[in-house]
Design a protein around this ligand. Structure first.
Ligand code: TPP
Length: 366
């Protein structure tokens, strides 16, 4: 793609975006296109199954990425594995792309002994040091200055690292968003800010969140590049992020990407969106489903067909079932493990607390 994509108009490749926009040819080979598609389908099927598990009372909480698969998978694919990702909580595909296993993902939802983060976080808040997928913190927006700081550090040290930080439209109302963008602009940090504009922050619609016409317009105020992209068009998201990463590595500083998409499901398993939005609105976004659009494109190009689709779904469902069986056999981490990983050598006071807990728990369980 030759054209430099930094604009407030909506960038789209697959062409069926709500507001139209420039059409660009994807620069990826067929095997990569298939990998992107398979990851999108995996996220969709994982979400469906995990939400059912929550409804069955087998896990406590779940957040889906349904309808937003393109916006997070497309941009993650444009980075190197050595780049750091600072996720919000709706981007599991970014971790799967980097090789996070379904078993690790499911064990984290159960908070069991197989959980890579030892049951210390809410479900859906997985992190993985091996995959440069940084800890998710529940207070929204904290990840933004962290991503800026990490990429600033990398720049000072002459490291080639770019950081990609995800957040929703509601999070653009947090002070952390403004602090992060301002700092990144001043110090020209290699940071990509990826706002998944999915229309809602729990029950609050975008128009009650900001008086600006768009999110991307805020990039202007901070003197950084901004691109508004059709977030349900995975190839468009990939292309704009690739260009943002190239700019960042060339020392040209940060980019704010507004990926326009829609949160098809509830905010979380604790929310009922029928209380604050119409079914008609949800239905209108079904036509723009990112998986159907990309699948249609692959079929048109002769890269995908019904047989491949059936096999893919069968394989993913089997892998999910296996991960659940594995996770449900494991127990919760022993209480004393909460004292691990804090100090190289446990200080006397903490040791005393550990012994107290051990005594208390063995008494209450006996
Ligand atoms: C600082 C802070 N305030 C409020 C909350 C409660 N909360 C959790 S998610 C959320 C909505 C965030 O919306 P958005 O940034 O648009 O992301 P989305 O959930 O749509 O992906 C809110 C208000 C929180 N976690 N942290």
């Amino acid at each position: 793609m030759s054209k430099t994509l930094t604009s407030e108009s909506l960038v789209t490749v697959l062409g069926a975006g709500p507001n139209g926009g420039p059409s660009v040819e994807p620069s990826l080979p067929a095997k990569d296109l298939v990998k992107l598609y398979e990851t999108m389908v995996m996220v969709r099927l994982v979400d469906e199954r995990m939400l059912t598990l929550q409804r069955q009372g087998r896990i406590g909480f779940y957040l889906t990425a349904t309808g937003e698969e393109a916006s997070h998978i497309g941009c993650s694919f444009a980075l190197k594995d050595s780049d750091w990702i600072f996720p919000a909580y709706r981007e599991p595909g970014a971790a799967f792309l980097r090789g996070l296993t379904l078993k690790d993902f499911v064990c984290q939802l159960y908070g069991n002994t197989g959980d890579p983060i030892k049951g210390r976080q809410m479900p859906n808040h997985i992190s993985s040091r091996d995959h440069n997928y940084v800890s998710i913190s529940s207070p929204v927006g904290t990840q933004i200055p962290q991503a800026v700081g990490a990429s600033w550090g990398a720049k000072i040290m002459g490291d080639d690292m770019v950081s990609l930080v995800f957040f929703g439209d509601g999070t653009s109302s947090q002070g952390d968003f403004h602090v992060g963008l301002n700092f990144a602009g001043v110090f020209k940090t290699p940071t990509i800010f990826l706002c998944r504009n999915n229309g809602y922050a729990i029950s609050v619609p975008l128009e009650k969140q900001t008086a600006s016409k768009t999110i991307v317009i805020k990039a202007k105020a901070y003197g950084i590049a901004g691109v508004r992209v059709d977030g349900n068009d995975i190839l468009a998201v990939y292309e704009v992020t690739k260009q943002a990463a190239e700019r960042a590595r060339a020392g040209e500083g940060p980019t704010l990407i507004e990926a326009v998409t829609y949160r098809r499901g509830a905010h979380s398993s604790s929310d009922d969106p029928r209380k604050y939005r119409d079914d008609d609105e949800v239905m209108s976004w079904l036509e723009r489903d990112p998986i159907d659009r990309f699948g249609g494109f692959l079929r048109e190009r002769g890269i995908w067909d019904d047989g491949k689709q059936a096999k893919l779904e069968e394989d993913i469902k089997a892998e999910i079932a296996e991960a659940i069986v594995y996770a449900e056999k494991l127990g919760i981490p022993p209480v004393e493990t909460m004292f691990d990983d804090v100090y190289a050598e446990i200080p006397p006071e903490l040791e005393r607390q550990k012994q107290y807990h051990l005594e208390h728990f063995s008494k209450s369980s006996g």
